[in-house]
Design a protein around this ligand. Structure first.
Ligand code: AMP
Ligand code: ZN
Length: 477
């Protein structure tokens, strides 16, 4: 069985093999622009490429996969948000506050969705030197020019510009807006570097430009992937909207700077997410953040567990568009809760053996599904079968096959402690109640202590008073 991945560049499902097996698999995914909570559409690439990351680690070993996902911390939207939120602070200070806060929120959200952190999360502002270096190379090699303190990539100089998006330059020019910026030789030429306006963040410019400036959007990913993965690497991912112009332009920059035939070998793109049949947008009022799904009842009248959201996402193949509906969430939530309860119950029986085993082969049906271009809907259908087997035959093999399949999909936490199945807030709430109950018991207030025990029971938590005087608790099965 081989891993096959659909490559946007060739429009074919190809057998995947690392370019340099000694270095392992190198993967880059375009990350968030940090100025506000991530919406549920942004969660899709994070979840999809997390499943791929887990699968690659399973296939090649943990030390043989390097996953880089950047943080875009230089952008007009960030500047605008910083000025609006902290009008009395110097802009640089305000930007730092906004980007740090948003990055933290993003991590909390995607952690709740069961996503592993990438191996490296480079920030654009920490790679300005590499961007300048790339831009200087492009100017020197004749692929870029300086005009009015801007540096532009001259698309006409690259023979197969448009190959990823399958558009010819003529077509693109015909569709370009009539009004073309005065510093462009060709309407499709794109900005590598631009002058900073007074009060905007700025850095020393490349290509002999005196005025301080800031990078265009595309150059940052060429710089960060180069620094952390090399001139060419294996997999580059992101949402389908990034194919053009972002990824097309990343390819143009990297290939021309390094005189390389490819930037990444396999280009992977997730389909778009819409909400209840409509494009998600603030004006339609159907814009929904990951955080709102986790902690408010705005969507469907209830809070959702992160891993139930994840299951809902993975029920659709990553290249298909997905319609995010309350009904689909309810269904996924029901399944996930049942699976979680079962996995916890099973893990209690086989816990010790499992933690000692380093890595086991996945069930062939799960492996086959995932190796076929990440066919998660099929893997989930197979999981239902593994669940039935685990329930009916009580064997350790079935239990292990079921839990491992859950784990490779990121639907079961990697450690088996019962508490880890709850969110931090839920854990804290339970711990607090246990303390209150202990206090009541110390005062011999049995009525109060029983009341708290019943209250916890109603939450699905069972209390156990141990012989040594401690109290432990677990989720009811
Ligand atoms: P952005 O912050 O807009 O650059 O988006 C971050 C990532 O989320 C990119 O990979 C986008 O392609 C992806 N993305 C944005 N909106 C959606 C959506 N509605 N459905 C799926 N992916 C999306
Ligand atoms: Zn990018």
């Amino acid at each position: 069985m081989e891993l096959r991945l659909y490559n946007t560049l060739t429009k074919e499902k190809e057998v995947f093999a690392p370019l340099d097996p000694a270095r392992g698999v190198r993967m880059y995914v375009c990350g968030p622009t940090v100025y506000d909570f991530a919406h549920i559409g942004n969660a899709r690439p994070v979840i999809v490429f997390d499943v791929l990351y887990r699968l690659l680690r399973h296939l090649y070993g943990k030390d043989k996969v390097k996953y880089v996902r950047n943080i875009t911390d230089v952008d007009d939207k960030i500047n605008a948000r910083a000025a609006q939120e902290y009008p009395n602070l110097p802009l640089n200070e305000a930007i730092r506050l906004v980007t740090e806060k948003t990055e933290k929120q993003f991590h909390e959200d995607v952690d709740a969705l069961g996503c592993l952190r990438p191996d490296v999360e480079p920030r654009a502002t920490e790679h300005i030197g590499e961007m300048r270096d790339l831009i200087d190379r492009l100017v020197k090699a004749g692929f870029a020019y300086v005009e009015q303190d801007h540096v532009l990539f001259e698309v006409g100089k690259m023979q197969d510009y448009g190959r990823l998006a399958r558009r010819s330059l003529d077509e693109m020019e015909a569709g370009a807006r009539v009004e073309v910026a005065p510093y462009k030789r060709n309407p499709m030429d794109f900005v590598l570097w631009k002058p900073s306006k007074p009060n905007e963040p700025g850095w020393p410019s490349p290509a002999g430009i005196k005025a301080p400036g800031r990078p265009g959007w595309h150059i940052e990913c060429s710089a960060m992937s180069w620094k952390h993965l090399g001139e060419t690497f294996d997999i580059h991912g992101g949402g389908i909207d990034l194919v053009f112009p972002h990824h097309e332009n990343e390819i143009a920059q990297s290939r021309c700077a390094f005189h390389a035939p490819i930037m990444a070998k396999t280009w992977m793109h997730n389909g778009f997410l819409q909400v209840e049949g409509e494009k998600m947008s603030k004006s339609l009022g159907n814009f929904i953040t990951i955080r709102e799904l986790l902690v408010t009842e705005k969507f469907g009248g209830q809070k959702w567990h992160g891993q139930a959201l994840r299951l809902a996402m993975l029920k659709t193949h990553y290249r298909q568009p997905i319609d995010w509906t309350v009904r689909a969430l309810e269904e996924a939530d029901k399944t996930w809760r049942e699976w979680q309860g079962l996995a916890i119950a099973l893990s209690a029986n086989v816990l010790e053996d499992m933690s000692k085993l380093p890595s086991r082969p996945l069930h062939p049906a799960i492996l086959k599904a995932l190796q076929d271009d990440l066919n998660t809907p099929l893997a989930i259908a197979e999981l239902h079968k593994l669940r039935n087997a685990a329930v009916h035959d009580h064997s350790k093999e079935s239990a292990v096959a079921f839990s491992d399949a859950l784990r490779v999909l990121g639907l079961f936490k990697d450690d088996y402690s019962l508490q880890s199945q709850l969110s931090d807030a839920e854990n804290k709430a339970v711990e607090q109640k246990v303390l209150e109950r202990n206090a009541a018991r110390a005062k011999k207030d049995w009525k109060e202590s029983d009341r708290i025990r019943d209250e916890l029971k109603a939450m699905g938590v069972v209390i156990k008073d141990n012989k040594d005087g401690t109290t432990s608790w677990e989720i009811a099965r």
